[in-house]
Design a protein around this ligand. Structure first.
Ligand code: 0GY
Length: 312
């Protein structure tokens, strides 16, 4: 039998919360966790040789337990950089989910049509481009565009991860992308700056001028300086986006919270963050149910269907 690699998580790795609290906020029926990950298990799905961190195992079974405990109905599982472009753990989770999960993959530029078809059949609906330098060695833009050309026939969209300080350099490239584009983690603003300041205004402008650009209002735990339980300093940033673009926002837990060094969030508190940034039941329904269904389960969505340029 082929020997499997044994992985030791990084010494400073923080393992996900062992027993999150029950949230006070009751999620509406049909809520989607639109950003979460699975890691390994490493002895079954080895981590990438190019990875920048070695996490703890975070298997699909634990994700399903969290889903059920929090009152979530579906998941969008995002390929994490530690698995590189080997999407096997992601596909395994999607196949186990009985239609209740969709996926976002990492791809090589030479990915074949048959590989894409297999990913689509498993439930993948998007490709992720990561521009966070500490996490990946970036791909050249012509490679990204080659991948974009390949995914368009499947109606997939693009998920981008970048830090706000890098947006000025990336703005025109992002604005030129032809599909729906979903931005991770509110565009990672520096929340010690002003919500009406130049840096965050640039991100708001990107969304205002490009109706195909969506945003995940995720990871207050990752963005906050004031910290748990309330993550109060992140509220104005996420709320501004939810109120300005109610039909283009998504929410997720980010479980198992890769690379957090300051603390490990209680996932129940992350659910209780939602009504602070989406104050009405209509905003909450769009954020948690209507928008993710329209994007990831359009065949089940009651809303008008969209082409993948975001037009209804
Ligand atoms: C996240 C955040 C991070 C990690 C990754 O792919 C990844 O490794 O996304 C991070 O370290 O900021 O999206 O979960």
């Amino acid at each position: 039998m082929k020997a499997r690699a044994a992985f030791e998580m990084d010494e400073d790795w923080r393992v996900f919360h062992p027993n999150p609290s029950k949230p006070a906020f009751i999620l509406p029926a049909g809520s989607v966790d639109a950003h979460c990950h699975v890691f390994g298990p490493g002895n079954r799905f080895p981590f990438s040789a190019q990875r920048k961190y070695t996490p703890c195992d975070a298997p699909k079974e634990t994700l399903w337990e969290l889903r059920d405990f929090l009152g979530i109905e579906r998941n969008v599982i995002v390929q994490a950089s530690c698995h590189g472009t080997d999407n096997a753990a992601l596909v395994d989770a999607l196949e186990d989910a009985g239609g209740r999960a969709r996926g976002v993959a990492f791809l090589d530029r030479d990915v074949s049509a048959a590989e894409l078809d297999a990913l689509h059949a498993a439930g993948v609906r998007a490709v992720r481009f990561n521009f966070v330098k500490r996490l990946v060695d970036g791909l050249p833009r012509d490679a990204l565009l080659e991948i974009v050309r390949k995914i368009q026939r499947l109606g997939w969209h693009i998920v981008i991860y970048f830090e706000a300080a890098d947006l000025p350099d990336l703005y025109e490239f992002f604005a030129s992308l032809p599909t729906i584009v979903v931005v991770d983690h509110v565009g990672r603003p520096d929340v010690t700056g002003s919500v009406g300041g130049r840096e965050f205004d640039l991100f708001v402008r990107l969304m205002r001028e490009n109706e195909n650009i969506w945003c995940k209002v995720t990871c207050p735990d990752r963005l906050s300086q004031s910290g748990p339980p309330g993550y109060d300093d992140v509220i104005p940033f996420a709320k501004r986006i939810v109120e300005a673009f109610p039909d283009r926002v998504l929410w997720g837990t980010d479980w198992p919270h890769p690379n957090l060094k300051s603390h490990m969030p209680d996932d129940g508190q992350l659910v209780d963050f939602i009504p602070k940034i989406a104050e009405t039941s209509e905003l909450q329904r769009k954020l948690l149910v209507d928008n993710p269904l329209r994007l990831y389960w359009p065949e089940e969505s009651g809303a008008a269907t969209m082409n993948n340029e975001g037009q209804q």
